[in-house]
Ligand binder design. Structure first.
Ligand SMILES: [Zn+2]
Length: 357
């Protein structure tokens, strides 16, 4: 499920899991009409969107483009064009929960002004009359949950950014991740003992999210100060405009390469991805030329770019970018290659740039 809002591609955030729990526990059923149930769902869904949008607008304000906001089964991540510096991360993370607090304050204020506030205990029984107040409380819950000082919640990022003022970023990240695992453990234990299995379910997602953040931080630490050229694939096949989809398919089978740069007259004109190849094969058949199926607006990297800066961009399976020194194609960087590089670095391989200099 993907949308575009203010030019930012959006997918569902991980707090959606919390939202589900919240809906099941307090939101649905009771004495409310079907229409109000739908309105309630739509309002909370809209609140999550505004939360995400607040993150992206703040990062845009700081000059960082949001590539997309993804709702993985294991948690939501705003994939930014580059990793924010601690101070930037602080403001970007704060804006999401702030949006929910603002919504809650506005709705509570309106209810108060109209003398329509009811006791919180009465919200347990959803009715049409207390719909607005339940939306306000839902936003408070979203804000509170996201402000927990543990990965993968926004509060974990805030904690990391504050800690990073006093220590190395990696250590700050590991502390926030450990807090996340600890929180997940407590939630899981509570859920099991109290037989609230939805809590166990949420705990599971929090645990996975924390583990993922900790891996990302370790990856960042391993690649800091290392240029892209160190991790790129140097031996690869290229195709020309004379090649057909059939030729590309043969290379896909015979080699381990999945993405093919298309070179024409010494110039790189596009990139044929595995997906593009398969799609063209299915629609146009193997006789079609590669030029019709290639991506002309392909991702490109400078060989001297810092590897840690571009990790977020390469963080999805199948990602591939061309490494271009000016107009010269010097290498390929793929997600698979990068993860192998990280693995080797973890086992002690030294970067070639430090070895040669
Ligand atoms: Zn958030």
């Amino acid at each position: 499920m993907a949308f575009r809002l203010f030019g930012v591609p959006l997918r569902l955030h991980f707090t959606f899991v919390l939202l589900l729990v919240f809906l099941i526990v307090v939101g649905l059923g009771g004495e409310q009409s079907a229409l109000m149930s739908v309105l309630y769902l739509a309002a909370l869904f809209g609140s999550v969107l505004l939360h995400e949008l607040a993150h992206s607008l703040m990062s845009r304000h700081l000059g960082i483009k949001t590539l997309e906001i993804v709702m993985f089964p294991i948690g939501g991540v705003a994939r930014l064009e580059r990793n924010p510096k601690p101070r930037e991360e602080f403001w970007i993370s704060l804006m999401g929960p702030f949006a929910n607090l603002l919504i809650a304050a506005l709705v509570f204020g309106w209810l108060y002004a109209h003398g329509a506030l009811v006791n919180l205990e009465d919200l347990i029984k959803p009715t049409d009359a207390n719909l607005l107040e339940r939306i306000a409380v839902g936003n408070l819950a979203l804000a509170a949950f996201n402000l927990l000082p543990a990965f993968p919640m926004d509060g974990g990022r805030i904690l990391r950014s504050v800690l990073a003022e006093h220590m190395a970023q990696e250590r700050a990240s590991q502390i926030a991740a450990r807090a996340g695992r600890f929180l997940a453990f407590l939630m899981g234990l509570y859920g099991l003992l109290s037989m609230h299995f939805l809590v166990v379910f949420v705990a599971f997602f929090v645990y996975l999210g924390a583990a993922q953040e900790s891996a990302a931080a370790a990856g960042r630490a391993l690649t800091q100060g290392i240029p892209v050229r160190d991790a790129m694939v140097r031996r690869f096949h290229t195709l020309s405009h004379a090649n057909t989809i059939g030729d590309a398919a043969r290379l896909l089978l015979e080699t381990s390469q999945q993405d093919f740069p298309i070179v024409h007259g010494g110039q790189v004109t596009g990139l044929l991805s595995r997906t593009g190849l398969l799609r063209a094969m299915a629609i146009e058949g193997s006789e079609a030329y590669v030029a019709g199926a290639m991506e002309r607006d392909f991702p490109r990297l400078d060989p001297d770019m810092d590897l840690s800066e571009i990790l977020p961009r390469m963080a999805h399976a199948g990602a591939c970018a061309l490494v271009m020194d000016g107009e010269n194609l010097v290498g390929l960087l793929t997600a698979e290659n990068l993860s192998e590089y990280l693995l080797l670095r973890r086992f002690g391989m030294t970067p070639s740039s430090t070895r040669s200099s």
